[in-house]
Design a binder for this molecule. Structure first.
Ligand code: CP
Length: 324
């Protein structure tokens, strides 16, 4: 267990050692147990987390806010549109100023080629830890919750096969942050990670190289497929979700048109039947129901999406309690 995490930023899990991530998972389970028992755990009494959102959210906002209250502190919700950012407040000013009012900052900024840069610029100017509530490249708290859910349902993740797959959606061109974060984290836990997507829906090459290096170091595998059904075959965990083809075209309309070629990439019962009998279905949510996944799958017995959403709060509380 690592005990010197005070002041650390969580921008990507890749910047935390495996020992440090194990500590987060351990503390998350302890805080989950304490909440289940009704034991108070006001570890952040009088502390304040500023949550700056440039994009909508259901789970992230609600779980950070509830988590801070359970830890005895407060979370202030700041929507970028309601600030003076559009009138000139820079990332450096936001880091300096919000860092003087608060004990921690959390930011969601998913604009392509801007979000991660913005969060890192705020972090460089902040005297308190800065946490990534999702950027264009990473969604670290989502994948920490995913890993905790896998461990709770399946035990030791080493040797398990997870299919991180693209699926069709219509709602919007979703960021690359979830699949990139999944391949980076799950390969560090000795899993056999499949990345499945149509050729146009590439992830960043440096993320693929890092995932390959992680897999080599941890004794797992990392392979890439372009066949939706093949990704499901004999998998222990399936995680089919949509993302945009930003690396093929910067135009969201063209990206949507390309996606339509693969409208049959929907997680349905036929696909689930290809996976192992006890295969688990995960999705970070929100999902495009009836397009990305059928109701029978997402509401079915093999879906763990509600445990997964709940675990967001427990892993976030662990990181906040360890770093703030
Ligand atoms: N999974 C996730 O981050 O959900 P929200 O976008 O609703 O916060």
């Amino acid at each position: 267990m690592q005990t010197h995490l005070r002041g650390r930023d969580m921008i990507t899990t890749q910047e935390w050692t495996k020992d440090e991530i194990d500590t987060v998972l351990d503390v998350a389970l302890e805080l989950k147990r304490r909440r289940a028992l009704g034991e108070p755990h006001a570890l952040l009494r009088d502390k304040v987390l500023a949550m700056l959102f440039f994009f909508s959210s259901t789970r992230t906002r609600a779980s950070f806010e509830a988590g801070m209250a359970q830890l005895g502190g407060h979370a202030q919700f700041i929507e970028s549109k309601s600030t003076q950012i559009a009138h000139g407040d820079t990332a450096t000013e936001m880091g300096e100023i919000l860092g003087r009012y608060n004990d921690g900052l959390a930011i969601r900024q998913v604009d392509w080629e801007q979000g991660n840069r913005y969060i890192r610029d705020v972090a460089a100017a902040s005297r308190v830890p800065v946490h990534n509530m999702q950027c264009d490249q990473f969604h670290p708290f989502q994948v920490l919750a995913d890993l905790l859910t896998i461990i709770e349902h399946k035990g030791d993740p080493r040797g398990l096969t997870i299919d991180v797959s693209w699926a069709y959606a219509k709602s919007y061109q979703k960021p690359l942050s979830v699949p990139q974060s999944l391949i980076l984290l799950m390969t560090r836990y000795g899993m056999n990670v499949r990345l499945t997507h149509p050729p146009e829906f590439k992830l960043r090459p440096e993320m693929l190289d890092q995932a390959q290096a992680n897999a080599r170091a941890a004794g797992g595998t990392f392979e890439m497929l372009d066949d939706f059904d093949a990704g499901f075959r004999d998998a222990d965990i399936v995680y089919p979700k949509s993302w945009g083809c930003m690396l093929t075209t910067p135009d969201p309309e063209e990206s949507a048109r390309i996606g339509e070629r693969y409208a049959n990439w929907i997680a349905d019962e036929q696909r689930m039947a290809l996976a192992k009998d006890d295969a688990m279905y995960l999705h970070c949510l929100p999902a495009d129901r009836g397009i990305e996944v059928t109701d029978a799958v997402i509401d079915g017995p093999r879906s763990a999406v509600f445990d997964e959403a709940e675990n967001r709060m427990h892993v976030q509380k662990a990181v906040l309690a360890l770093t703030m």
